[in-house]
Design a protein around this ligand. Structure first.
Ligand SMILES: *[C@@H]1O[C@H](CO)[C@@H](O)[C@H](O)[C@H]1NC(C)=O
Ligand SMILES: *[C@@H]1O[C@H](CO)[C@@H](O)[C@H](O)[C@H]1NC(C)=O
Ligand SMILES: *[C@@H]1O[C@H](CO)[C@@H](O)[C@H](O)[C@H]1NC(C)=O
Ligand SMILES: *[C@@H]1O[C@H](CO)[C@@H](O)[C@H](O)[C@H]1NC(C)=O
Ligand SMILES: *[C@@H]1O[C@H](CO)[C@@H](O)[C@H](O)[C@H]1NC(C)=O
Ligand SMILES: *[C@@H]1O[C@H](CO)[C@@H](O)[C@H](O)[C@H]1NC(C)=O
Ligand SMILES: *[C@@H]1O[C@H](CO)[C@@H](O)[C@H](O)[C@H]1NC(C)=O
Length: 203
């Protein structure tokens, strides 16, 4: 093989292996806030200034449920340190549905849009964000999104049709036996006992 081809293959191999990077936000300091001193555990602007971010990379937030992770493409929302007036179309809140304080939490955020991406914690009425738990990055194209992240957005939400009585339950369709629903042994046993009982007392 000619040396030039060799070099190209090696270059392809190297860029392929290093195509996407996982960035642990704040490094070992994580994404944390000390309410006793009003300080964040790292200077996130300097942390971010020291690396490049490409489409398909992930930001890994090592935190707990006392902080939140908000991604917004809207600078006004970022500057306000609040999600109060934010729109679903440009702001995403990653909380994994945990409601208890102080629970360990790791949040993985894929970078899927080029340009300005802003991150902040909306917890404590913006106090965390105002005191350093916030930063912006500029996401470059790199090699583009991997197929796993390059999905069309989900279809718009459509209100399910409601019944005349106002309930939202769709009409029940009974499946023919053998298809769909599988009756488990316990259910079968319960039905058998019930039938025996009714037969015995002739009700
Ligand atoms: C980066 O993080 C994502 C999301 O947690 C994970 O699926 C992927 O395997 C990680 N990649 C590396 C190289 O650690
Ligand atoms: C933290 O900042 C908030 C808002 O600026 C203030 O009300 C609070 O007293 C501060 N707490 C401490 C410990 O400095
Ligand atoms: C990034 O941080 C590393 C280690 O702290 C340092 O060696 C390097 O010079 C920094 N690079 C920039 C561009 O600040
Ligand atoms: C950004 O968000 C604010 C509310 O925080 C909203 O008023 C504004 O229209 C948004 N900007 C864009 C470009 O969508
Ligand atoms: C949200 O909008 C209301 C009404 O325009 C305004 O009073 C309030 O200050 C805004 N909140 C933030 C955090 O921008
Ligand atoms: C989380 O917040 C709660 C309520 O403010 C506090 O009692 C607890 O010490 C905090 N835990 C951590 C790990 O910061
Ligand atoms: C982001 O990076 C692109 C090229 O990588 C550059 O053209 C653009 O000016 C940058 N934007 C900001 C806000 O730094």
């Amino acid at each position: 093989m000619a040396p030039a081809v060799h070099l190209t293959l090696i270059a392809l191999f190297i860029t392929g292996a290093a195509a996407y990077t996982n960035h642990t936000v704040g490094g070992n300091a994580g994404w944390l806030f000390d309410p006793n001193t009003n300080t964040s555990s790292a200077n996130y602007a300097s942390w971010a200034a020291n690396q490049t971010f490409d489409l398909g990379d992930y930001l890994i937030f090592r935190t707990n449920t006392n902080q939140t992770v908000v991604l917004t493409y809207n600078e006004t929302t970022f500057r306000s340190c609040s999600i109060d007036n934010s729109s679903d179309s440009d702001t995403l809140i990653y909380d994994k549905g945990n409601v208890e304080f102080g629970q360990p939490l790791t949040v993985e955020v894929p970078l899927t849009l080029e340009g300005a991406n802003y991150f902040f914690s909306s917890a404590s009425d913006g106090i965390q964000c105002e005191n350093g738990l916030a930063f912006g990055i500029n996401v470059s194209h790199g090699v583009g999104l991997p197929p796993s992240l390059n999905q069309p957005p989900p279809p718009a939400y459509v209100e399910p049709p409601s019944n005349a009585d106002g309930s939202l339950t769709p009409p029940m369709t009974i499946q023919p036996s053998g298809a769909g629903l599988r009756v488990d042994d316990n259910v079968r046993r319960a039905v058998y006992y019930a039938l025996t009982f009714f037969a015995f007392f002739q009700v």
